[in-house]
Design a protein around this ligand. Structure first.
Ligand SMILES: [Zn+2]
Ligand SMILES: [Zn+2]
Length: 377
């Protein structure tokens, strides 16, 4: 009994320590069950409960406006940086640019960049298979939406699949202390509200009101907006391409997520910097990335090979069982992260055999960038 109590106390202390340092207590075991750990997700529940603070702080147009602005700015940080850059390396930037992108992405309060990118790469590797921890088909809708992040089993950053990112100490630092950037944002918003209260009383805001709206409400809505891609985008919408999963395209989700709703397109060719493949598929993230490209901040945006756009070229006779995602074959599968990035290629196995020749050409452009490519500018 005493040892059980000691074990519970230790878990409690480790859980608290991990709110500040995700490496505290060492990495969780790899074989933990997929179930909610309430010690682990107290901060997540608290962020939701803090939204109720609106009962006491009220609202003002400026506070609500800041909440909306921060929703869209941080949604872009997730889609453009955490997803299309860090998870898929769909364009290039400088090492300084990469660091700034990771910091801006961290303001979204969706943990560190290595955690986010590693779990996303694993999603592409095993989409809607039993090992896909946020598959609605395998684990139910609620688990795919929020359940999976409440589990101790999914707490660790899977460094083995993001070795191309883990070699940068500045990214490792941000991932380890993932509460740092959100804390700074929270204090900054409180300070902004307090300043406005003092110097622009006509705006009728306060530090507490700005904190509740700009940080807590905006962050909760942003989180659930992002999570719709794990849940709803694998359930509702239209399938243009016969991918090895349940991914779908949805205009509504593309609006909510600045372009990520074209999720079936994305599973068809994940390496592209764009998820809207055609002009009528609005993809605000891609337009913003083009703007950053025009400014010289990013470059080499990957496009979809024209041959892969035509859904009529799909070979519908091939079943998911015959279309193994992994392992990648050939000389490109030199390491695990390379083979994961080659998922972009392996998923193309659903296309007609006449497109097979594309495989190695695409693989050349999909390989994980060498260090000098990231740091050359
Ligand atoms: Zn997906
Ligand atoms: Zn992706």
């Amino acid at each position: 009994m005493a040892s059980r109590a000691a074990g519970t106390s230790r878990r409690f202390l480790v859980a608290i320590a991990r709110w500040f340092d995700t490496s505290a207590g060492g990495a969780p075991a790899a074989d933990l069950p997929q179930k909610t750990d309430w010690f682990r997700c107290v901060p997540y529940v608290a962020v939701h409960l803090m939204c109720l603070g609106v009962i006491w702080v009220g609202w003002s147009p400026v506070a609500a406006g800041v909440a909306v602005a921060l929703y869209f700015i941080r949604m872009f940080a997730i889609t453009g940086f955490y997803h299309r850059y860090f998870s898929h390396r769909s364009f290039k930037t400088s090492r300084a640019g990469q660091f700034v992108f990771a910091v801006i992405g961290a303001t979204a309060v969706q943990r560190g960049v290595l955690w986010w990118a590693s779990h996303h790469r694993l999603h592409h590797q095993r989409s809607d298979e039993p090992e896909d921890v946020h598959s609605p088909r395998q684990h139910g809708f609620i688990w795919s939406h929020i359940g999976w992040i409440t589990s101790e089993a999914n707490f660790r950053s899977e460094l083995g699949v993001v070795r191309d990112l883990a070699k940068f100490p500045e990214l490792m630092f941000l991932d380890r202390f993932d509460v740092l950037v959100p804390t700074v944002l929270g204090f900054a918003l409180f300070g902004l509200g307090a300043l406005l209260q003092r110097h622009a009383p006509g705006l009728h805001t306060t530090g507490a009101q700005m904190l509740i709206w700009g940080f807590f409400i905006s962050t909760v809505v942003l989180g659930h907006g992002t999570f719709t891609i794990n849940s709803l985008a694998h359930v509702f919408g239209r399938r243009r391409y016969q991918t090895n999963d349940d991914s779908r395209n949805s205009f509504a989700l593309a609006m909510v997520t600045l372009g990520e709703g074209w999720h079936n397109n994305h599973h068809h060719f994940p390496a592209a910097a764009r998820n809207g493949f055609f002009w009528w598929e609005i993809d605000i993230t891609y337009y913003t990335l083009k703007l950053l490209e025009a400014c010289g901040i990013i470059w080499d945006l990957r496009q979809v090979p024209p041959e892969l756009l035509d859904e009529s070229l799909l070979d519908k006779s091939r079943t998911p069982a015959t279309v193994a995602l992994a392992p990648a074959t050939g000389s490109h599968a030199a390491s695990r992260e390379e083979s994961l990035v080659e998922i972009h290629v392996a998923e193309r196995a659903t296309t007609h055999d006449t497109l097979a020749a594309l495989k190695h050409n695409i693989a050349d452009t999909n390989a994980v960038p060498a260090p000098q490519e990231v740091t050359s500018r």
